[in-house]
Design a protein around this ligand. Structure first.
Ligand SMILES: *[C@@H]1O[C@H](CO)[C@@H](O)[C@H](O)[C@H]1NC(C)=O
Ligand SMILES: *[C@@H]1O[C@H](CO)[C@@H](O)[C@H](O)[C@H]1NC(C)=O
Ligand SMILES: *[C@@H]1O[C@H](CO)[C@@H](O)[C@H](O)[C@H]1NC(C)=O
Ligand SMILES: *[C@@H]1O[C@H](CO)[C@@H](O)[C@H](O)[C@H]1NC(C)=O
Ligand SMILES: *[C@@H]1O[C@H](CO)[C@@H](O)[C@H](O)[C@H]1NC(C)=O
Ligand SMILES: *[C@@H]1O[C@H](CO)[C@@H](O)[C@H](O)[C@H]1NC(C)=O
Ligand SMILES: *[C@@H]1O[C@H](CO)[C@@H](O)[C@H](O)[C@H]1NC(C)=O
Ligand SMILES: *[C@@H]1O[C@H](CO)[C@@H](O)[C@H](O)[C@H]1NC(C)=O
Length: 903
């Protein structure tokens, strides 16, 4: 097993839904991924807390600002013998408005439990309770207030990482100096605590109760992989039940510790119900409740424990029968909102035993309406800061929270877009060295002031990449070389205010040459035209240089260097022999086979005039940009036609057609298991390139088996990528009947995609991102594995996920795998592929892996000897199918349904 563990990377664990693999991992290596900071403790003094056994470290590597303090002796040990050790000291922040801890905790999209603890303890001798605000990243978490100096304020939030670094920031509101005593982060690997929320909200802990517990104090247990703090909760009308037998808590991702699960409460009077009530701190708070059940008594044949759970009088779940020594968690799938909350657990009529309850967690939704700064801009700023050692309080998100943005920058706060930096002023900041290349990545920069520093080196060419630059000040530096012609032109055309030292002026723009220049810049429009050309050439050259793979000539048909991509309509007619042979029809147009002059077979996609919402200019621009996108797993562009509103794209010809046809029942050609996995890998490579190799990233939006083409060697390539860029308002591909309500403002109007492949979250929230492609890819992968189409056509149309769910219950692989494979596959690899596919189709996009992760996992499926798979697979609730059925007000959460793997 240990060899196994060493091989499996952390990333693998982050997204694998197999909780048992996780269990073993964590037992072997407690506190994996834990960050436990005893704020204010002396440097380099990691220690293990006697009570919790948790290893705490000092702040040093997480924050540079603040001062260490000890609480005053009257609140400290030994006067306060129960004081947790981390709370005896703290870090306070007399300087700066915002101070942040940077926690490096996995990747963007990971779920974290973050806990911040505060004990004032009159550390400053002023006996004055401060009040300040706490943020996670750019998002408001909570205000921190105290009732007295000895109060331990502990705040917990479950939140999704917005980047590799999670910033926890304290903001001074002018009501006293912020401080913090302890900061802890626990990674949550399983897709839990997730009802409804994704990138748009976090969960604040409201209550976490260990029901029926016999101990008085809050408990924290070593077998709790999330290190939660459980408070005892009891009622005089309850009795305790307990067991000392082992309980299976691993079947669901919540994994409450044994100490918590082993006790339960039941009503003293058998016919009573168990009642829980709470009042929200703020009206309109949205609550999620997680109820933990495990049967602790071995029941006789004649006995039955069955109960209903209702909230404010309406049923919350279907009647439940807890399993013997087996933990089940149920949670509401829609948030609960009311002035008072009453949860009642009542035995059903046929139940011979009273209800039980083992534990409860209650969370409040904290909307994350702040849009963080674009990662590329953050990276560029961090790089700039580090390169120059900028002595400013540049921590956390540069643009958010809005009133506390970094000094010297201004951001664009337009409604729905990520924040981007539009102005950077580093004037008189003692900078030396060259102008930081990362500045070129601040793509919306309008104003750049680097004046009065000691910058050296040449004036970089990349400044002209900043298309929106209106103000540039480089005066008072020691730069050599001159600004580029492009910048001079923009300056002369009045588009740019440029202040540079004389030696940096462009020779081309000297007075002597002015005559030459005048005709060129005579009209503004010609300058703009030139600009467009420059940008195009630059983009083209850059894509060309940055990735070798991209610039490979296409099959000898045409090298990238020859820019003769444009074909006339007459040429298209010649190539297709007057549109002789149709080889396909898609949402965007009809595809014909053709032959170029040099004898290469091509596919020509001809668009109906109505299908483009854009003018010819845009089509041309987009087409030219797409021509620069090259990858061995993307169907190559050969050219385009844009002649008198007749538009066509010419692609390389793919001899074996599309994957959908290859997989269809009619098709006799049988794809082997290895070939199927190889096709999945090919397609994943193509998508990974679109997502991570292209700038800006390209989201395909219509990944489906019909858009994956196979060449004569059955190598797969992605087709139709980038078309969504060309045809932005295209609607005809969508066949979805019901239109859900949608109040989300950060959305776009037209949903693109194909029934069966359409990401339910994108459909609901309309916030498009690469994870929508991941969902669709997951469906394609399921098609490859099962041989079933995305939508099964029988008496009733059925989504592949809905078909899969009951089939998996049988634990019989042969029921789900394509019968045409005739058992010719490695079982472990097949399970693994299934897990990958299912994780891709998680209903919440944050739980889906990225294409790179999918890719590396798929590659393992090709290896012969896979380790024996883990025990559980969780099929996500398919929100998509809910679009069709009139779902009940509240339904069982999917997480409780698990399917054991065979050994
Ligand atoms: C806090 O107390 C510890 C020992 O109890 C001491 O080592 C440390 O220097 C003190 N820190 C400050 C900031 O006074
Ligand atoms: C401080 O406040 C907490 C919470 O209200 C309370 O439990 C505690 O008794 C108070 N302590 C003192 C010394 O007043
Ligand atoms: C719980 O607290 C009560 C008084 O508050 C005390 O009598 C009892 O011994 C405590 N029980 C335990 C297990 O600590
Ligand atoms: C239990 O509750 C029922 C109904 O509330 C009541 O009739 C019965 O007397 C109670 N039994 C006991 C033992 O208290
Ligand atoms: C920012 O400050 C302005 C006025 O200074 C205030 O109206 C606004 O609410 C503040 N915004 C935030 C997010 O604090
Ligand atoms: C912010 O960006 C939007 C869209 O790019 C643009 O329309 C707007 O003018 C920008 N605002 C500022 C202040 O630059
Ligand atoms: C940059 O900041 C300096 C002072 O810090 C100021 O004099 C200058 O005008 C600013 N530049 C711009 C473009 O606002
Ligand atoms: C600019 O951003 C790209 C990706 O967003 C990154 O690969 C590159 O390193 C950045 N360039 C600099 C100079 O920071």
């Amino acid at each position: 097993m240990s060899r196994n563990m060493a091989n499996s990377s952390t990333f693998f664990l982050l997204w694998m839904l197999c909780s048992v693999a996780l269990a073993i991992f964590i037992q072997a290596q407690q506190q994996t991924g834990f960050i436990s900071i005893d704020c204010g403790s002396p440097e380099n003094l990691p220690y293990t807390d006697d009570v919790t056994n948790i290893k705490y470290s000092s702040d040093g590597s997480y924050i540079q600002t603040g001062v260490n303090k000890n609480i005053s002796t009257e609140y400290a040990y030994p006067k306060n013998p129960n004081l947790p050790e981390p709370l005896s000291d703290l870090r306070s922040f007399p300087q700066g408005v915002r101070n942040c801890y940077g926690l490096i905790a996995g990747r963007k999209g990971n779920l974290h439990l973050i806990r911040a603890s505060f004990l004032y303890g009159n550390y400053d001798g002023e006996n004055n309770l401060p009040e300040f605000d706490l943020y996670v990243g750019a998002n408001f978490w909570s205000s921190v207030t105290f009732r007295n100096a000895s109060e331990e304020v502990v705040l917990e939030i479950i939140s999704m990482a917005e980047s590799d670094v999670t910033n926890v920031c304290l903001v001074n509101k002018g009501k006293g100096t912020p401080f913090i005593s302890a900061l802890e982060l626990r990674p949550i690997y399983s897709p839990i605590y997730n009802a409804e929320f994704g990138e748009s909200s976090s969960l604040l802990l409201f209550k976490r109760w260990d029901i029926g517990s016999i101990i008085n104090a809050s408990g924290r247990y070593q077998d709790d992989v999330y290190d939660r703090i459980w408070s005892p909760y009891d009622s005089p009308s309850w009795d305790s039940v307990k067991t000392s037998s082992e309980i299976n808590v691993n079947a669901n991702g919540y994994r409450a510790p044994f100490e918590v699960m082993k006790n339960a409460a039941r009503p003293r009077n058998n016919s009573d119900s168990l009642e829980l009530s709470w009042t929200p701190d703020e009206p309109n708070s949205k609550f999620y409740v997680y109820l933990y059940f495990a049967e602790l008594d071995q029941l006789q044949k004649t006995q039955l424990r069955k109960f209903t759970i209702s909230w404010n009088g309406s049923p919350l779940f279907e009647p439940l029968v807890p399993h013997y020594l087996y933990a089940t968690v149920v949670s509401n799938s829609k948030p609960l909102v009311a002035n008072e909350h009453h949860v009642s657990i009542q035995k059903t009529k046929d139940s011979t035993l009273p209800p039980i309850l083992n534990a409860v967690e209650i969370y409040v939704v904290r909307e994350q309406d702040t849009i963080p700064t674009l990662e590329q801009d953050v990276d560029a700023m961090v790089d700039t800061k580090e390169r120059y050692g900028v002595q400013r309080n540049w921590v956390g998100d540069p643009c958010e929270p809005r009133n506390y943005s970094w000094e010297g920058i201004r951001c664009n706060y337009s409604a729905s877009l990520p924040r981007q930096i539009i102005s950077l002023n580093l004037s008189s900041s003692g900078l030396s060295g060259i102008i930081a290349p990362s500045i070129a990545n601040l793509s919306l920069l309008e104003s750049l002031d680097l004046s009065n520093n000691s910058l050296t080196g040449t004036v970089p060419r990349f400044l002209e990449e900043l298309r929106f630059l209106k103000y540039l000040n480089l005066q008072g530096n020691k730069l050599s070389g001159s600004v580029t012609n492009t910048l001079e032109e923009r300056s002369r055309a009045g588009l740019l205010t440029m202040k540079v030292d004389d030696q940096n002026r462009c020779a081309w723009g000297d007075k002597k040459n002015k005559k030459v220049v005048v005709p060129i810049v005579a009209s503004l429009s010609s300058v703009l035209a030139l600009l467009v050309v420059f940008i195009l050439i630059w983009k083209f050259m850059r894509t060309n240089n940055s990735d070798e793979e991209m610039s490979k000539p296409i099959n000898g048909v045409r090298t990238v260097a020859s820019r003769n991509w444009q074909y006339t309509y007459v040429e298209v007619l010649e190539i297709t022999e007057n549109f002789k042979t149709v080889i396909g029809k898609g949402g965007f147009g009809t595809v014909y086979i053709g032959k170029t002059k040099n004898g290469n077979q091509v596919a020509v996609k001809v668009f109906s005039p109505s299908s483009s919402s854009q003018g010819p200019k845009e089509f041309q621009t987009e087409a030219e940009l797409l021509m620069t996108v090259h990858h061995k797993n993307l169907v190559s562009f050969i050219g385009y036609c844009d002649d008198d509103n007749k538009m066509a794209l010419i692609y390389e010809y793919m001899a074996n057609g599309n994957l959908k046809d290859s997989l269809s029942v009619r098709n006799s050609q049988n794809l082997s298991w290895e070939r199927r996995i190889q096709i999945a890998i090919d397609a994943a490579e193509g998508l990974d390139y679109l997502h991570h190799g292209c700038k800006p990233p390209i989201i395909h939006r219509d990944v489906k088996s019909a858009n994956i083409l196979l060449n004569e060697d059955l190598e797969a390539k992605i087709a139709d990528f980038g078309l969504s860029r060309v045809f932005r308002n295209e609607k005809q591909n969508v066949e979805v009947s019901a239109v859900p309500q949608n109040d989300n403002k950060n959305t776009e109007s037209a949903v693109m995609g194909t029934t069966g492949y359409l990401d339910p979250e994108y459909y609901k929230l309309r916030n498009l991102n690469e994870k929508s492609d991941i969902y669709s890819f997951g469906i394609v992968l399921l098609e490859l594995i099962t041989g079933q189409p995305a939508v099964l056509k029988g008496e009733q149309r059925m989504h592949i996920l809905d078909w899969l769910r009951p089939e998996l219950k049988s634990k019989d692989l042969s029921r789900v795998l394509d019968p045409r494979l005739q058992g010719q596959y490695d079982e472990n690899a097949a399970w693994k592929a299934l897990v990958i596919a299912i994780s891709c189709t998680a209903s919440s996009s944050i739980q889906r892996p990225t294409m790179s992760v999918v890719l590396s996992e798929l590659k393992q499926c090709l290896k012969v000897e896979l380790p024996s798979p883990s025990d559980t697979i969780v099929v996500p609730r398919n929100v998509y199918s809910e679009l069709y059925s009139s779902s009940e007000a509240y339904s069982m959460d999917s997480e409780s349904i698990t399917y054991p793997f065979p050994r």
